[in-house]
Ligand binder design. Structure first.
Ligand code: PHE
Ligand code: NA
Length: 452
């Protein structure tokens, strides 16, 4: 059974894909990874991977969705049948669904922290606070399973409501409001950072590179981040592609998604580092950069409470436009396969992911160190979920590249791409050889983590 649903407007796929791509990955993860891994050198490798590996796989993933016009699991089943290839390619759909479910579980917990900080900023609770107070506040948040569960629940319910309202009445309509607001807010925060912070230091940090600053670990982080940030290899883009108009250009759309996503990461980095350096703070703070260092910078600046509140609203909007793309592929599958209504399907996905999210919640407190979980897996549940994401997303991307590059024929691909032979040749070379080689390299990152 096919849904035959198509976005109402030709440009909606782009809007939805950008909504999926732009998220915590850009605002939270990119700045702290760049801060820890030499700034400009990290940005250079990250951007190269986006263009040489990310865009070709993005094209492939949109193509599979649009060509099958089904959710990733049913879509891959359909494609293996119609193209008479091995059924083992169906694993692409399953792997994607599992990844979506795992990622949503912890993404929602982290996004929940932004609810807390929006509130703290807008009520002025942190105005004038010093470093110890702010750090202690973050520790207290993480130490409270009840608060973390509350925020996680609120965030996942809001995401579920949007997807439950359907692709037109929920996702499309929601994104039309959220996305333009995000770009305006981002520019406001950038302007504020440039005026009140140290913009020159931020630009210097991000745009001057010494490749020797980048460790092997840094290389692998940069490449892994490029998958996460483009929402690649886990079916989100495929699910949205299923509703894409047949006329829109695959290549141009994929390039636009990557350019906007990269621009948002860079602008967010410039804004955040302007504020951080302006307040005389250090860039290499790790995951606490956005939740400790940045609130501290806001606490010390004129009008910081208000603009800080606005900033965390931006984080929430970006996170929710990504989390809905994690729900959609699984919900669409449940609707197609089991004839559930959309609200039932969304409910099933969200409840299961919510429950798994409780493991992330307790990773920061009750089960932070010694626990059954640690003795079984040697790490916290949150670290295990991140590790699995770091493995599954590149693996999904690898399989998608191989399927599109080797299992689909020239004429099938040309029918979707409608491009000239030179572009086609470049794309095919990248998905057949370059992307698989690069992804295999990314897996190196997982090895020490698995052993450790
Ligand atoms: N791309 C999103 C971000 O940067 C994360 C994400 C990954 C969203 C996979 C959907 C699917 O935050
Ligand atoms: Na992103």
């Amino acid at each position: 059974m096919s849904t035959h649903n198509v976005w109402t407007h030709k440009g909606t796929f782009l809007l939805a894909a950008v909504g999926s791509a732009v998220g915590l990955g850009n605002l939270w993860r990119f700045p702290y990874l760049a801060g820890e891994n030499g700034g400009g050198a990290f940005l250079l490798i990250y951007a190269l991977t986006i263009f040489a590996v990310g865009i070709p796989i993005l094209i492939a993933e949109i193509m599979l969705g649009r060509n099958s016009r089904r959710s990733p699991i049913m879509g891959m089943r359909f494609l293996t049948r119609t193209h008479h290839t091995s059924r083992s390619w169906e694993s692409i759909g399953w792997l994607g669904a599992v990844s979506a479910f795992l990622i949503l579980s912890f993404y929602s917990v982290i996004a929940g922290w932004a609810i807390h900080y929006t509130w703290q900023m807008l009520t002025g609770a942190l105005a004038g606070a010093d470093a110890e107070t702010i750090a202690a506040g973050f520790d207290a948040l993480l130490a409270s399973p009840a608060l973390l569960t509350l925020y996680h629940t609120l965030f996942i319910i809001a995401s579920g409501l949007i997807v439950g309202l359907g692709i037109h009445g929920g996702i499309e309509r929601g994104l039309r409001v959220i996305m333009p607001a995000l770009f305006v807010i981002l520019l406001v925060v950038l302007g504020y950072g440039a005026v009140n912070g140290d913009f020159a230091a931020a630009a210097g940090f991000l745009f001057t590179f010494n490749i020797a600053d980048l460790s092997l670990e840094g290389w692998l982080e940069a490449m892994g981040q490029s998958f996460f940030t483009l929402s690649l290899g886990m079916g989100a883009i495929m699910a949205y592609g299923a509703y894409m108009s047949g006329e829109a250009s695959l290549t141009r759309t994929a390039i636009a998604i990557a350019v906007v996503d990269t621009a948002v990461a860079v602008v967010a980095g410039l804004a955040i580092f302007s504020l951080v350096f302006g307040a005389g703070l250090d860039a290499g703070q790790g995951p606490g950069l956005m939740f400790v260092t940045l609130p501290l910078a806001f606490a010390e600046m004129p009008g910081g409470a208000l603009i800080g509140g606005v900033f965390f609203v931006l984080v929430l909007g970006a996170a929710i436009s990504s989390s809905i793309s994690l729900i959609e592929p699984v919900a669409a599958y449940l609707v197609e396969r089991f004839d559930l209504t959309r609200p039932q399907a969304v409910f099933a996905m969200v409840v299961a992911s919510w429950a798994l999210g409780l493991l992330t919640v307790v990773s920061f407190n009750l089960w932070a160190e010694a626990s059954v979980f640690h003795s079984l897996f040697g790490r916290s549940a949150f670290d295990l979920l991140e590790l699995l994401t770091n493995i599954f997303m590149p693996l999904g991307g690898l399989l998608i590249a191989l399927f599109a590059g080797w299992a689909l024929t020239h004429s099938e691909v040309m029918k979707e791409m409608r491009t000239n032979e030179a572009w086609f040749g470049a794309w095919r070379f990248l998905v057949r050889f370059v992307a698989p080689a690069a992804v295999s390299f990314v897996f190196l990152r997982a090895i020490p983590q698995v052993e450790g």
